[in-house]
Design a protein around this ligand. Structure first.
Ligand code: ADP
Length: 378
């Protein structure tokens, strides 16, 4: 009998599960937000993921329900579980990826290394935290942030007044998250896959480079990462996956500090941009692994297939940009680059694809990946 996986969300992460689903002989169904999204190449229904009846109707036809994003509300998730739907990751894990304040509190209980933090409900409390942390701090909206939206470096308590006002109007009430401004040397990401039956596997830790709050490049494995760093990162990833009962793929974004500590920045419970390299650079890609994990199938090997993989994101330009011509030019000039397209209309700054290059010489691999991606720059 063919297993069916339902994915809520029709973005590029759902799209990139399609090819491995075919290889695994799994039927993939997608509940997309609208017509013509990135995952429209799969059997796709369109509906509102915030509506319990819509999601329940979609889930009736699948063996396992999983996600392309973390925004399905807790009450919708609860009704799915109540109706007997196998939801992976489950609501009790997902809430820590949905709310950064809950995440900080839980990671503290688990003894995970993280920046100093506090929940603040007004500008006086924020000012007090800033004063205690060298005059600057990072304020975050606990819910709904992505790609740096909802993150602000501040040096005065009044600089988050607009967010406090919005929170005051939110029926759920609550607080903002404030963190010390970490003096990091670089950002890393650790991915881990975990099955409902408990089996876990860690990928090599990778370096992520952000530009304007958006992931620009990933190098796998992270250069200059000795055995100790790799072990510490993997241990953090596995401890969080187990401690939070995560099923499927987990990405842990990390800061490496000047004194060589690793601090947890944030979590994603789904395939993640930091793992796109694995499509061409690892024995088992994160998308295949996610499907295996949520279906409770044996996990695949996470080893790299060669020394280095570099992923460069392709960000869209003007709406009238002829992306297909650019993709063709990049592929023609750089046959060794694997160009992954998301089928999205371009918009300035929007992720419309990425390039993976693998090989033995890091400088050459990085050069090739950047050169192929540069076909999308003006
Ligand atoms: P998002 O959910 O929008 O991805 P993040 O919490 O990952 O937001 O923050 C986005 C970026 O802001 C991070 O990749 C990092 O570069 C910077 N940042 C976030 N928190 C801190 C911090 N406490 N100290 C220093 N920089 C930070």
């Amino acid at each position: 009998m063919t297993l069916r996986v339902g994915v809520v969300g029709g973005g590029q992460l759902a799209r990139m599960m399609i090819a491995p689903a075919v290889e695994l002989g799994v039927e993939l169904r997608v509940l997309a937000e609208e017509e013509g999204m990135a995952a429209s190449l799969a059997a796709t229904a369109v509906g509102d993921y915030r509506d319990a009846d819509t999601v329940l109707a979609f889930a009736r036809d699948v063996d396992v329900l999983t996600f392309d994003h973390e925004h399905v509300p807790q009450d919708v998730l609860a009704s799915l579980v109540e109706a007997g739907v196998a939801v992976h990751p489950g609501p009790d894990a997902l809430r820590f990826a949905q709310d950064k304040l809950l995440m900080r509190a839980r990671l503290e209980e688990l003894g995970m290394p993280q920046p100093d933090w506090a929940a603040v409900t007004d500008s006086e409390q924020l000012q007090a935290f800033i004063d205690e942390h060298g005059g600057r701090a990072v304020v975050k909206t606990p819910r709904g942030g992505y790609d740096g939206k909802g993150v602000r470096v501040v040096s005065a308590g009044t600089e988050a007044e607009d967010w406090f006002t919005t929170l005051a109007e939110d029926a759920r009430g609550g607080a903002l998250l404030v963190e010390e401004l970490v003096d990091f040397t670089r950002e890393l990401a650790q991915q881990v896959a975990r099955r409902p039956s408990g089996d876990v596997r860690a990928y090599p830790v990778v370096e992520t480079v952000q530009r304007n709050g958006v992931c620009a490049e990933v190098v796998a494995p992270a250069p200059h990462s000795g055995e100790r760093l790799q072990e510490v990162a993997a241990r953090i990833g596995v401890s969080i996956a187990e401690g939070l009962d995560v099923t499927g793929m987990l990405a842990v974004e990390l800061f490496e500090t000047t004194d060589e500590r690793l601090l947890v920045n944030e979590l994603a419970m789904r395939p993640h941009n930091s793992g796109h390299w694995s499509q061409d650079g690892a024995v088992t890609s994160q998308f295949e692994q996610h499907l295996r994990a949520v279906l409770d199938l044996p996990l695949g090997d996470t080893d790299p297939v060669t020394e280095w993989a570099v992923m460069v994101n392709i960000l869209g330009g003007p709406a009238e940009d002829a992306l297909d011509a650019r993709f063709a030019a990049a592929m023609s000039e750089h046959p060794q680059a694997k160009v992954h397209t998301y089928g999205k209309a371009p918009r300035p700054g929007r992720k419309v694809g990425h390039v993976n290059v693998i090989g033995q010489d890091l400088d050459d691999v990085a050069y090739q990946a950047r050169a192929a991606a540069s076909f999308f720059l003006d």
